[in-house]
Write a protein that binds this ligand. Structure first.
Ligand code: TXD
Length: 311
């Protein structure tokens, strides 16, 4: 049987943290893949985390490589290959460069890890996960984009910061595209089961929704030369863990809708059940007229970015 194998395609800010968290959770052995000019960096990151093992007590073998044959037989592949935003850029500005990269990655993952569960992180996320699916030909159950977990997590974090209550007890979801048109479902947000609408006034909730929508850009501005990486890495590992351990977690994720929520043919953030079958189910629920309108709006944004892939 042996240990599972996780490959991180892209060993930069997020990729390095993906490797660290996966190892500390003992999800399996970890391969960090990057381009030849970054091979030293990923070999170094893998070796550095190997030297962390005596202190943390986990047993995972980590390695860095720029040779795709080393990803052979991966159970999970998490893709961050591409460039991040710089201040003033929106996610769509990354399209031309990152689309070329994701096509190359998809062809190689199809060749060397055809049975992997693939989590795409690279931006513009809604287009990159669509492109990976188109180029790889993987079943829709084995391809998903990580965005809703992060956007919902940000919403939860801001609600906890507002109330001073434990982030652990905040539950909520953000649907739609990974962009400024994303849809926080505030109506269903609770803290310990108590609706947030009973705890925070409507105007303040609107401000928190807006901060959630623009949280990525807030960090890009603060960093000046990159984007978020700690929380995105944790979110993707939660998705990978649910797959590897068949946890049936319900995590908002960019999954391929084929009729769900009236959407057909697009990857977009929806409540997904993640288990050993990959994306096992998309859970639909009734939306208010305003939520339906907001979802239609964010779908338009997704359609626009996907159209630019010409796939
Ligand atoms: O929620 C989300 N989905 C977003 C996604 C959250 C935060 C960041 N988001 C996007 O993830 C971001 O806009 C970027 O498109 C990716 C990766 O962000 P990261 O901060 O990790 O970027 P880095 O540090 O530049 O790392 C990217 C690595 C880097 O080491 C490159 O050498 C490598 O990608 N790279 C490649 N790897 C493999 N194959 C190819 N062709 C390649 N080209 C570059």
């Amino acid at each position: 049987m042996g240990r599972k194998k996780l490959t991180m395609i892209g060993g930069g800010q997020i990729g390095g943290n993906l490797a660290l968290i996966a190892a500390q959770k003992e999800l399996g052995d970890v391969v960090i893949f990057d381009i030849p000019q970054s091979e030293g960096m990923v070999k170094g990151k893998a070796l550095d985390i190997m030297q962390l093992r005596p202190h943390d007590g986990y047993d995972s073998e980590l390695s860095g490589t720029s040779d795709y044959s080393d990803i052979k037989g991966s159970d999970v592949v998490i893709i961050t290959a591409g460039i991040p935003r710089k201040p003033g850029m929106d996610r769509e500005d990354l399209m031309s460069i990152n689309l070329g990269i994701i096509k190359d990655v998809a062809s190689n993952v199809k060749k060397y890890a055809p049975n992997a569960f693939v989590i795409v992180i690279s931006n513009p996320l809604d287009a990159m996960v669509y492109a990976f699916h188109k180029v790889s030909g993987f079943d829709k159950s084995k391809v998903v984009g990580m965005a809703g977990a992060l956007d919902s997590g940000r919403f939860r974090a801001f609600l906890a910061m507002e109330t001073g209550l434990s982030a652990q007890d905040v539950s909520c979801m953000v649907l739609g595209g990974h962009g400024d048109s994303m849809v926080p479902i505030t109506r269903l947000a609770t803290i310990g089961g108590v609706p947030v609408t009973d705890l925070i006034d409507a105007d303040r909730l609107k401000e928190i929704e807006d901060r959630t929508r623009f949280a990525g850009g807030e960090l890009v501005k603060l960093f000046g030369n990159g984007s978020a990486f700690y929380a995105p890495a944790q979110c993707a590992i939660e998705m990978a863990e649910s797959y590897l351990k068949d946890k049936k977690r319900v995590i908002p994720s960019a999954a391929l809708c084929e009729g769900e929520f009236g959407i057909d043919g697009y990857f977009i953030g929806v409540p997904t059940v993640i288990g050993s079958g990959g994306i096992e189910k998309i859970i639909e629920f009734s939306l208010t007229d305003k939520e339906k309108s907001d979802l239609a709006n964010t779908l338009d944004a997704v359609k626009k970015t996907v159209a630019e892939t010409n796939l």
